[in-house]
Design a protein around this ligand. Structure first.
Ligand code: 8YV
Length: 327
């Protein structure tokens, strides 16, 4: 970096001398605090990125990002003095965790504060897919009812056998809600969870074979890519339903689209997709599929709590190099 380049840069240095970088769009409260309180730099997209990094990469110690954009392998490699990634969201699969571990870079996320809202979203999808409330709403709006037709019968939602793939904080909150619906809870996790009266299955396909509805609540990242594949979907079977509020990458999306299009699965409720915001055209045409734009945690209350926790992590790191909620 030459002094000339730095002086001519359109990106001013961090006002308070701290070297904080905002990566990608973040929650508006976090974005305002980053700009106004912390004088953070904002990583540009496109062709300006290289020039920006040439000017500023060496000085960056802290990156703040959302679960969606993260600090990927390439960007992390280009930030030689990065110490910490402060992630807005419980999921941090968009960040290169392996490289972070290797280089001793810490990561924080926002667990707990979003558990209830994400679990509520799973239940909203569960009820909608089985009872077809969105499709029935379209039927009323489209004049189907007034024209004298009856809406077709749907599937009972109470008392089902439901499998939870990933019985962590969010998985447990989903299970607790389903218990209130009289459902029998089965699950698969890397290890059985102590002290819970749910039925454990040693693999995703054994779980899928034992239940009528499979709910994915497993963390994203390299360990869970394609965990729900064609074989798991075949086990779930023609009468089975799939709900995903976790990450699109946990499901083989092509296999899911084929199973739904060919009638080998009864329906699906999806808040997440493999390559967001892209949603396969085939899915949009299916009446037995409910599609949400990744809004699991998207309430005013929860997003405010996530923003607060993100900023607490940042302030704590700046104060004494500790994180409130490290991963
Ligand atoms: C977040 C999520 O809103 O927390 C997560 O992992 O998937 C969402 O609830 C999203 O990550 C924010 O970018």
């Amino acid at each position: 970096m030459t002094t000339d380049t730095a002086e001519q840069s359109e990106h001013p240095p961090a006002a308070n001398g701290e070297h904080i970088l905002q990566v990608g769009p973040v929650n508006p409260t976090v974005a305002s605090a980053l700009a106004e309180e912390f004088g953070a730099l904002r990583l540009p997209d496109g062709p300006q990125r290289d020039a920006f990094l040439a000017d500023y990469a060496e000085g960056i110690r802290i990156a703040v990002c959302s679960g969606r954009y993260g600090v990927d392998s390439d960007l992390m490699r280009r930030l030689p003095n990065l110490e910490v990634v402060v992630n807005f969201g419980v999921g941090y699969d968009a960040t290169d965790v392996a490289q972070a571990k290797e280089r001793g870079i810490s990561i924080s996320n926002t667990p707990d504060v979003l558990t209830e809202c994400v679990a509520d979203t799973a239940l909203a999808l569960y009820l909608d897919v089985l009872r077809q409330t969105s499709a029935a709403d379209r039927f009323v709006r489209g004049g189907g009812w007034e024209s004298g037709s009856s809406y077709p019968l749907t599937t009972r939602a109470s008392g089902k056998k439901v499998g939870i793939l990933g019985l962590g904080r969010i998985g447990k909150a989903i299970a607790a809600r389903l218990e209130a619906f009289g459902c029998e809870i089965h699950y698969h996790n890397r290890r059985p969870v102590e002290g819970l009266d749910y039925t454990y299955h040693p693999s995703p396909s054994e779980l899928a074979g034992a239940v009528e509805v499979l709910v994915i609540a497993a963390a994203g990242g390299p360990d869970s890519v394609g965990l729900v594949d064609a074989e798991v979907l075949a086990e779930l079977g023609q009468g089975g339903f799939l709900i995903n509020i976790a990450r699109g990458t946990v499901v083989d999306e092509r296999a899911l689209v084929s199973a739904l299009s060919e009638g080998r699965l009864a329906g699906a409720g999806l808040d997440v997709f493999e390559s967001e915001p892209h949603v396969p055209a085939e899915l949009r045409q299916l009446e037995n599929v409910v599609l949400l734009p990744h809004v699991g945690s998207g309430t005013r209350e929860t997003r405010a709590a996530m923003a607060e926790l993100t900023l607490q992590n940042l302030r704590s790191y700046l104060q004494d190099s500790t994180l409130v909620t490290p991963i």
